[in-house]
Design a protein around this ligand. Structure first.
Ligand code: TYM
Length: 332
């Protein structure tokens, strides 16, 4: 049976890239798949998190998923650290994955930066935990933004090696689903850098919690070039900032880039930025308002996550028991 698994880190600053590259696609996939969505707090602590802020960010991320249209009644929405199968399976995968494989992970290199010796061991093993997230549910499809593609290839390698090592046909090799025009939303300050929660400049991203004035100011100040918009997609070549703004507009309007350019080609950025602001505010405002309301209802969010953890556990525990059997552990 086909099953979706995906997750996001509760590290604050949830932005339009997370929404367009992932959460919006998750919402649409609920119609055709059984879905499991996870707030991945174990991943978050691979870099330092203030405990107070982490607690609040976990609830805020769950609230934003529900406000965006994730249905926690029909599907499973939970918090990773509340389901022990993730950490347990990750350990087994740490013994399946090879150091050489992890050495190739570009995200570790980016996040660890120059001071690699001082990065946490958890940050290095991060993709192995991600494989455990997905395979603890034998998920078949994983909707993510483009930046997670390499991690998903590693998940597939781990599944294949586990099956080979133990001579079983146990884990599926999950398919990435990298959907829509906005699989890699770029920074508003630099069109060659992805929009990121950890960028030190808040002006680089459109946050899901920003009000209309802030969104408008950030879009007005977004970097562009001096030329008007081209009339077709080929004219965006070598113009990363222009491409990014057009792509965001196209994704929010559910249009192709060519359709956007045939309407707005020839206009100056000042005019296009106003049109973009209207669309961003129109689409995000209802989500932001609902998110703020839900976030304050702590008992509701906590009960959704707790029920979600029970349901996640019910799927993952029998799979983990079988894994332990295969590996040669004694089950109680
Ligand atoms: P995270 O929390 O960084 O991002 C959540 C989702 O948002 C996508 N995304 C983007 N998409 C388009 N443009 C961008 N600028 C952009 N920035 C982020 C990400 O691709 C992701 O889909 N490792 C994951 C979380 C994770 C996970 C998993 C995902 C843990 N276990 C298992 C899938 C399956 C992460 O850090 O996402």
């Amino acid at each position: 049976m086909d099953r979706i698994f995906s997750g996001a880190q509760p590290t604050g600053n949830l932005h339009l890239g997370n929404y367009l590259g992932a959460i919006r696609n998750w919402v649409a996939l609920q119609k055709d798949f059984e879905c499991v969505f996870c707030v991945v707090d174990l991943h978050a602590i691979t870099v330092w998190q203030d405990p107070q802020e982490l607690r609040s960010n976990i609830r805020e991320l769950a609230a934003s998923m529900i406000a965006s249209g994730i249905d926690p009644q029909k599907h499973v929405l939970f918090n990773q650290s509340q389901v022990s199968a993730h950490a347990e399976l990750a350990w087994i995968f740490n013994c399946v994955a090879r150091i050489g494989w992890l050495n190739r992970m570009t995200q570790f290199k980016e996040k660890a930066g120059k001071n690699r010796e001082n990065a946490s061991l958890g940050l290095y093993a991060y993709p192995s935990l991600m494989a455990a997230d997905i395979l603890a549910y034998k998920a078949t499809h994983v909707p993510v933004g483009e930046d997670q593609k390499q991690h998903l290839e590693l998940t597939r390698d781990i599944a294949i090696k586990f099956n080979n090592d133990f001579g079983v046909d146990f884990f599926p090799t999950p398919e990435p689903l990298i959907l829509g025009p906005a699989t890699r939303v770029m920074s508003l300050r630099e069109g060659t850098k992805k929009m990121s929660k950890s960028d030190t400049s808040d002006m680089s991203r459109l946050n899901m919690t920003d009000d209309a004035d802030t969104l408008s100011r950030k879009i007005r100040k977004a970097k562009t070039d001096a030329e008007p918009l081209p009339s077709e997609a080929a004219g965006l070549e070598g113009r990363p900032e222009a491409r990014n703004l057009v792509t965001i507009y196209a994704a929010l309007m559910d249009q192709g880039v060519d359709a956007v350019l045939s309407e707005h080609g020839g206009t100056q950025f000042s005019g296009f930025k106003q049109a973009l602001t209207d669309v961003v505010v129109d689409k995000l405002a209802p989500i932001t308002t609902e998110m703020a309301r839900l976030k304050n209802d702590i008992p509701y969010i906590d009960s959704v996550l707790s029920k979600g953890a029970d349901r996640a556990d019910a799927i993952a525990q029998p799979i983990l028991r079988e894994v332990k059997e295969i590996v040669g552990f004694l089950n109680r």
